[in-house]
Design a protein around this ligand. Structure first.
Ligand SMILES: [Cu+2]
Length: 289
């Protein structure tokens, strides 16, 4: 018959554990655990100069870069919280586990006020800090440039896209079934005015790491500053009807000089351009901006 005994002092900060004077070899295992954790945290900090994106796509715009930065911060905060919870937990589980022939009952102390306060206040502070970083990123991503280098009216309709280059006098679209191509200069801000002529759509370029709805009657506008030359896929991200899947487009980011040459080409073509990704299509209706 097992008898109930009180703890014989000793153990750890919470008063759990075996009586004092028990073999100390277990401490080596715990020490290794802590050292391993410190090593992990250290290598994470050392690697901070070239952080991985933790599953997020590489951002192809400045605004997307802010989103990735926030994601990395949240990810590392989650890793830190995990370590703070799991390392002491593992330590206690290993260091103070019940051993054969040891019927010691751990301390039955129910609470420690300073500890209770600490682990209430610290999470609140963490959430508050993450909230501040989120708001700051939101402001960076949603800020609309007052001096954009390019302004394009993006018109979404069932089921396609049209890009009207404001002040340039031409419109880009594509024949049904082909992707129209939005051409943007790299390194400078472009304002996109998002307009829907029928139902809700959503302008989404995954590599820009943001999307914004096109809502009839609502003037939505975003600024995008591409920072990588190349072609990116674009999609409608709002289910807008049976042929929603057809609402694909392409974004081609080019150096500024090449962009100017392209604009001249479009203007020389007579104010209307049909620019499908991967090649030009036939003629289309469409007016200048
Ligand atoms: Cu749509």
């Amino acid at each position: 018959m097992r008898t109930r005994r009180t703890a014989q002092g000793g153990g750890g900060p919470l008063g759990y554990g075996r009586p004092m004077g028990a073999p100390g070899r277990r401490r080596v295992g715990s020490g290794r655990l802590l050292a391993g954790s410190a090593l992990l945290v250290g290598s994470l900090l050392l690697g901070a100069c070239q952080l991985p994106t933790f599953g997020a796509p590489d951002a192809a715009s400045d605004q997307g870069g802010h989103v990735v930065g926030l994601w990395q911060g949240f990810f590392l905060a989650a890793v830190a919280v995990t370590l703070v919870v799991w390392v002491p937990l593992a330590f206690v589980l290993l260091r103070y586990r019940r051993r054969d022939g040891d019927d010691t009952v751990p301390s039955q102390r129910a609470y420690i006020i300073p500890l209770e306060i600490a682990y209430t206040v610290v999470p609140v502070l963490i959430v508050a800090a993450l909230f501040v970083f989120s708001v700051r990123t939101e402001q960076q991503v949603t800020a609309v440039s007052t001096k954009p280098a390019v302004r394009v009216e993006v018109i979404g309709f069932q089921w396609g896209w049209q890009f009207r280059y404001q002040g340039e006098g031409f419109t880009v679209d594509a024949p049904p079934g082909e992707k129209p191509q939005l051409v943007l200069p790299v390194g400078v801000p472009t304002n996109l005015e998002l307009v829907s002529t029928d139902v809700n759509h959503s302008f989404w370029v995954p590599r820009f790491l943001s999307k914004r709805d096109l809502i009839p009657g609502v003037d939505n506008e975003i600024t995008v500053t591409p920072n990588e030359v190349g072609s990116h896929e674009g999609r409608c991200a709002e289910f807008c009807g049976l042929d929603h899947w057809r609402m694909a487009f392409a974004v081609r980011v080019v150096p500024l000089a090449e962009y100017r040459a392209w604009v001249d080409e479009q203007q020389a073509a007579g104010g209307t351009a049909s620019s499908a990704a991967g090649g030009s299509g036939g003629s289309n209706e469409g007016g200048g901006g």
